[in-house]
Design a protein around this ligand. Structure first.
Ligand SMILES: Nc1ncnc2c1ncn2[C@@H]1O[C@H](COP(=O)(O)OP(=O)(O)OP(=O)(O)O)[C@@H](O)[C@H]1O
Length: 472
């Protein structure tokens, strides 16, 4: 069993044990004290074409005891608002206060968890966690004590001296949480903290986090979460604040979420709230019939994922087809742990394949169960030609494949250098990750006959899709 799998199980046990101790102390009191407040907040960035207004007239209050989700479409200014609350960037006008004191720099009452972990690779887990305390001038012995407590709380005990590169994505994000929690900030600010993780890890971490929060022992008094995922917001928040996109760069609406925790995704009340939030964001009712791929959208019915937010998992077409066939053989549904055991594989070996099937809309993950969608079942049972057709349609759910295909379609020559995509991805990923993702995108696009690739000039060429698609 891989180290991270062992750890995963161990930390889940730890979290449950911790939780049992903590729940006995009773639920978190909601004292309602105003911790953060933004008044008439406006923010513009200087651009080549002049000022780019991003936020205008934002009035927002964050109180002790609440989890607030800032929800909005890509570019609506969620991260900008979070950074203003953290005092990392100044407002253009208006004020942000922490406990009634206007900010003049970094907010002393907040700590941030970032989407891409933002760990220092040359420091160990413990050294990374101690960073925040070091900046505050806390003496070494005290720092070490506090760091070990935070590491324990977040289920990373035993990994104090590991380096980030030795950890899985989920564990790296645990370090991100420990580093923020160690300073015991009044308000924990989280900027899409789960979106760089695979589906199962994200679900597990969300669950553990909310259990700790509910237990009353979470060392912060409030949480502000930036997300573009309606389901995540309804799952976690007490209050959902919806930011409008252009031209209304202000708060469009707010929703109180009074559902009991842990929240049941399948309950009518949960789905009803998703529907209402969706309508507010888009002005359209959401089709609540199963789409076969709930994670394929931001919960708003439109695919908001980009190559930057939905990295291609390292899964070959052969590998993901094989997994789909195995799940189909088991009746279209199976337990992930049982499957790994039966195949003599680690979770870590299977997860990229699970992620790939999920990204393609061939499979959904519910708790520990894998469920093939109807398209996934058709794909698993299809002959080669039909499977290519289904794959070509599904592959357009993968943002990088879609980007390559649409870029080629928009180029009259139907040809583009790989370097073009490499440069686009390099803003968000390491060169190793970029190479791996382009290899996967090449494999998928070739199989789908969406494009071909010449390794020598490193060029993609537009293809017209499988013959069955062409005949339509
Ligand atoms: N430092 C910056 N300089 C110039 N423009 C910026 C800067 N940071 C963000 N922007 C622009 O401000 C707008 C809002 O960005 P922001 O990241 O706050 O939105 P968001 O809602 O968090 O989006 P996403 O969900 O895609 O992360 C975007 O148009 C973005 O390009």
């Amino acid at each position: 069993m891989a180290l991270s799998t062992l750890h995963h199980l161990r930390s889940a046990r730890y979290a449950r044990a911790t939780l049992a101790r903590q729940t006995a102390r009773g639920p978190r009191p909601a004292d309602g004290e105003v911790l953060l407040s933004a008044t008439g907040l406006t923010k513009s960035y200087a651009g080549a074409d002049g000022e780019l207004p991003v936020l205008s007239g934002i009035d927002l209050t964050i109180r002790a005891g609440e989890v607030v989700a800032l929800l909005g479409k890509s570019g609506s200014g969620k991260s900008t608002l979070l950074r203003c609350l953290a005092g990392l960037i100044p407002a253009s006008s208006g004020t942000v206060t922490y406990k009634d004191t206007p900010l003049t720099g970094a907010n002393p009452g907040t700590a941030m968890v970032f989407q891409n972990f933002a760990l220092l690779p040359w420091l160990t887990v413990q050294q990374n966690v101690e960073l925040g305390l070091e900046a505050k001038g806390v003496p070494a012995a005290e720092r070490a004590d506090a760091a070990l407590r935070a590491i324990d709380l977040i289920g990373l005990d035993g990994f104090e001296s590991a380096y980030p590169k030795e950890l899985s994505g989920g564990m790296r994000q645990r370090v991100g949480f420990a580093r923020a929690l160690v300073v015991e900030p009044d308000v924990l600010l989280m900027d899409e903290p789960f979106s760089a993780l695979d589906v199962l890890t994200a679900e597990n971490l969300r669950g553990e986090l909310m259990e700790l929060w509910e237990s009353g022992q979470f060392p912060t008094r409030s949480i502000v979460l930036v997300t573009h995922n309606i389901e995540e917001a309804v799952l976690m928040a007490d209050r959902i604040v919806i930011l409008g996109s252009r031209p209304y760069r202000t708060i469009r609406d707010e929703f109180e979420v009074s559902l009991d925790r842990p929240r049941e995704r399948d309950s009518a009340a949960f789905q009803d709230l998703i529907d209402r939030v969706y309508r507010t964001m888009t002005g359209r009712p959401k089709d609540l019939r199963p789409t076969g791929h709930p994670e394929a959208t931001d919960g708003a019915g439109t695919d908001k994922r980009t190559p930057a937010t939905a990295a291609l998992p390292a899964a070959s077409v052969d590998g993901l087809s094989g997994l789909a066939e195995i799940v189909l053989h088991r009746g279209g549904c199976c337990d992930l742990a049982d499957l790994a055991d039966d195949l003599g594989l680690d979770f870590d070996d299977i997860l990229p394949l699970v992620d790939a099937l999920d990204l393609l809309g061939f499979l959904v993950v519910r708790g520990d169960d894998l469920l093939l969608t109807s398209t996934g079942a058709a794909f698993a049972a299809a002959d080669v030609q039909r499977s290519k057709t289904l794959f070509a349609e599904a592959a357009m759910n993968a943002p990088l494949v879609k980007l390559i295909t649409s870029s080629l379609r928009n180029n009259p020559a139907g040809t583009l250098r790989a370097g073009f995509f490499r440069d686009l991805l390099a803003h968000h990923f390491t060169s190793e990750q970029v190479t791996r993702q382009l290899e996967t995108a090449t494999d998928w696009g070739r199989y789908a006959e969406l494009y071909s690739y010449d390794a020598e000039p490193q060029e993609y060429h537009l293809e017209t899709g499988p013959s069955t698609l062409r005949r339509r």
